[in-house]
Design a protein around this ligand. Structure first.
Ligand SMILES: Cc1ncc(COP(=O)(O)O)c(C=O)c1O
Length: 381
């Protein structure tokens, strides 16, 4: 028998979330951002869930190659562009679009021998101060690219640092507009928070939007809004089972470092799931967890393969503690009860992105579609 932990990937929820984005940005085309192995969900599942996207935006050539291998003939965008001049050969061969954010990438393009002119996304650093040309240098970069026979289309892009928070996007939108207003070409600005929070601002959604986290059912501005507020559905459920139970006496401690001491006699459950599966150690004594759909809490330190759960709420629900009871670390269990990943992330002092991306390779990913949820999961691919 395999360990009971598995990550269930809900492709119907992916379809639903994509539709939500399309409804909010009806005049824009949508890149489904699938970098980091589709935020930990697996590219094959994401491809199935986001087939109705206008393109897939990813990080590296391996991801792009996988998408082509899955049969995607539409646009694929490399969000950080080429890392090495040789990458451009693969871009030509696979018809990949790529971001250009610094001079060396233009140098490489100018030396690249290709029959197929490239579609590039020229990135402005409008305030994030991560990647992109400084606003004052943007026009010169555009002119250089525009003069190259290797380039046939230039889309203008930038990325928001604060679309999810109080600072907002206005300062960046203004900078971007000031330094690009008279340049031709399509535009792309918005991530998930940009679309969900700022779609009504004129021109912000532009020609292409680039949502990631919202497509995976997490609210980009939690706790101000939860996924329900944005009508997003969870795309990943990390589920497992109790593999043991222990009856503690008052004063007994739990786990390494004895960081939890029972204040009364109580039951704990030991769940198959630890930091080597992707649980956060910072969730020790903090994170919520469902057992049989009843909300409980982790007690003691999360260890490599296991964690302990305070089962007092189970007793209150008149459920007898025993090995084999279903556990939901986040998402939805067989019982249909939901534990939003955003709440778990908050309890761990992190964000849902990190939890999703952190599920490790030893956890089997099971692609679930609606029809499967009342029956058994489809076999892992
Ligand atoms: C350039 C770019 N666009 C879009 C996204 C998607 O962002 P989010 O997942 O917040 O929607 C990312 C993710 O970091 C990104 O780097």
């Amino acid at each position: 028998m395999p360990r009971p932990i598995q990550a269930r990937i809900h492709t119907d929820a992916m379809r639903h979330n994509l539709q939500c984005i399309k409804t909010r940005a009806p005049d824009s085309r949508v890149w489904a951002v699938v970098k980091a192995n589709a935020y930990g969900h697996g590219l094959d599942a994401a491809f199935e869930g986001f087939r109705a996207a206008d393109g897939f935006a990813c990080l590296n050539l391996e991801e792009a190659q996988t998408l082509r291998g899955l049969g995607w003939r539409g646009p694929v965008l490399l969000l950080e562009g080429s890392f090495d001049p040789r990458d451009l050969e693969v871009c030509s061969r696979l018809g990949l679009w790529h971001v250009v954010h610094h001079d060396a990438q233009i140098d490489a393009l100018s030396a690249h021998k290709t029959q197929v002119p490239h579609h590039v996304f020229l990135k402005m650093n409008s305030g994030m101060n991560r990647l992109g040309f400084a606003p004052e240098r943007f026009r010169a970069a555009w002119s250089r690219l525009n003069a190259l026979p290797q380039v046939d289309e230039i889309t203008l892009m930038s990325h928001f640092s604060d679309a999810d928070g109080p600072r907002g996007i206005v300062h960046q939108v203004e900078t971007f507009a000031r330094h690009s207003a008279d340049l031709p070409g399509e535009r792309s600005l918005c991530n998930s928070a940009g679309v969900l929070r700022h779609a009504s601002a004129a021109g912000v959604c532009a020609d292409w939007v680039r949502p990631g986290i919202a497509l995976y059912g997490s609210s980009p501005d939690h706790p101000e809004h939860g996924s329900k507020d944005w009508d997003l559905q969870a795309t990943m459920s990390l589920v497992s089972e109790l593999i043991a139970v222990q009856q503690l006496q008052a004063g007994d401690t739990v786990g390494y470092g004895s960081s939890f001491t029972a204040s009364e006699n109580l039951w704990i459950g030991i769940a198959a799931g630890g930091y080597a599966d992707g649980l956060m150690r910072s969730g020790s004594n903090q994170a919520p967890v469902l057992v049989c759909g009843v909300r409980c809490q982790l007690v003691g330190r999360v260890s490599m393969d296991m964690c302990a759960v305070d089962l007092r709420p189970l007793i209150h629900a008149s459920i007898t503690p025993r090995a084999g009871l279903p556990v939901t670390f986040w998402g939805q269990g067989d019982d249909g009860v939901m534990l939003p990943i955003d709440e778990v992330a908050q309890a761990c002092g992190t964000i849902a992105y990190e939890l999703m991306c952190g599920v490790t390779a030893r956890v089997p990913k099971i692609i679930f579609s609606c029809a499967d949820q009342s029956t058994s999961p489809t076999p892992p691919r």
